[in-house]
Design a protein. Structure first.
Length: 338
């Protein structure tokens, strides 16, 4: 007789118009080998493309929402209907590497004291345009700065014990857009005494093609939400998020200083702006070295510019978040800018 299977894993994929990526994502999930029983749930977030038709070709459970309520709502909807003891959240544009689900399965079996686990992107994404590669490396680098035990969560690739997830009420769905509900869930897990692990071996290939305008808006928007979260919700624990490392604090100071220096350049011909830019690049030497090692010199040169532009957007987002808090617009504010 066959050996009885272990705990059931439920993979939940929120989907809003991912027709370009959903097929390889589902194939990467369904081709995983593991001892546990596997359940795959796709929650269609009112897609207007051919996502539903594509998903119906695979042996998965398709759930449909009548309107796009955001990734957090879709994941909550799937979690409530999942049968697995372990919930695995995978983005609709993330291809799992072989063995990913086995890593998750083994981790929870061997570490009963942990309630959640978070993964990372592979160093290089599925698309090789400059912005996509830079954005991917920026995320990977900062995840790698964290300690093994963390107090944040990441909706793109993560897993959590279903009992714990439901007990805490799942993702907070009152935040506009995406970018805060997963981090905030990590805060609530930590506050409730549950442990979360960053598992660097758990990786997936990010397939989304990112445009410069998209990157800058996301950097701004996540900075607004991130500042509000940090000041109003972050537990004063011992596990800082990689994005909040001291170098990024220096980066923000240099960007603010550069705005004053730019006025000096325009009004008096001062060259101090270029000195601040040079200092910014020197401070981030290790990150640029990481880009060169993983992607090469051409992407490093592009990364110098994109990193500077991105931090200008992040700095603006910090000001937007502070303005929002001063004006009484908290995390639940529907404003796109503050």
């Amino acid at each position: 007789m066959p050996e009885p299977k272990g705990k059931k894993l439920s993979v939940i994929i929120p989907a809003y118009n991912p027709e370009q990526t959903i097929s390889p994502v589902l194939e990467s999930v369904l081709n995983q080998e593991l001892d546990s029983e596997l359940e795959v749930i796709v929650v269609n977030n009112a897609s207007t493309d051919h996502t539903v038709e594509l998903v119906k070709r695979y042996p998965v459970l398709l759930l449909e929402l009548k309107e796009n309520q955001g990734a957090g709502s879709a994941l909550n909807y799937g979690a409530e209907r999942a049968g697995g003891e372990i919930l695995v959240f995978v983005g609709a544009d993330l291809v799992l590497l072989p063995g990913s689900l086995k890593l998750i399965e083994d981790f929870f079996a061997q570490n009963p004291e942990f309630a959640g686990v978070v993964g990372n992107y592979t160093a290089l994404p599925g698309d090789n345009n400059f912005v996509s590669v830079y954005h991917n490396l920026f995320t990977v680098y900062h995840h790698q700065l964290t300690e093994p035990e963390i107090e944040w969560f990441w909706g793109a690739l993560s897993a959590v014990r279903r009992e714990v997830f439901l007990k805490l009420g799942g993702f907070n769905t009152t935040y506009p857009g995406a970018g805060a509900e997963d981090i905030e869930l990590g805060y609530r897990l930590a506050e409730a005494g549950y442990k979360i692990c960053y598992l660097p071996e758990l990786r997936g290939i990010h397939l989304q093609r990112i445009k410069l305008s998209t990157m800058l808006y996301n950097d701004y928007h996540k900075s607004v939400l991130g500042l509000k979260l940090y000041l109003t919700r972050k537990p004063r624990g011992a596990y800082p998020y990689g994005f909040s490392n001291p170098v990024n604090g220096v980066n923000l100071f240099l960007v603010f200083l550069s705005w004053l220096a730019f006025l000096g350049l325009i009004l008096a011909g001062s060259m101090s702006y270029f000195l601040v830019l040079l200092v910014f690049w020197l401070v981030n030497f290790r990150f640029y070295q990481f880009i060169r090692q993983k992607a090469g010199m051409i992407y490093l040169l592009a990364g110098l510019i994109l990193h500077w532009l991105g931090f200008n957007a992040i700095a603006l987002g910090v000001l937007g978040g502070m303005a929002g808090l001063i004006l009484g617009k908290g995390l639940e504010s529907r404003s796109k800018w503050i």
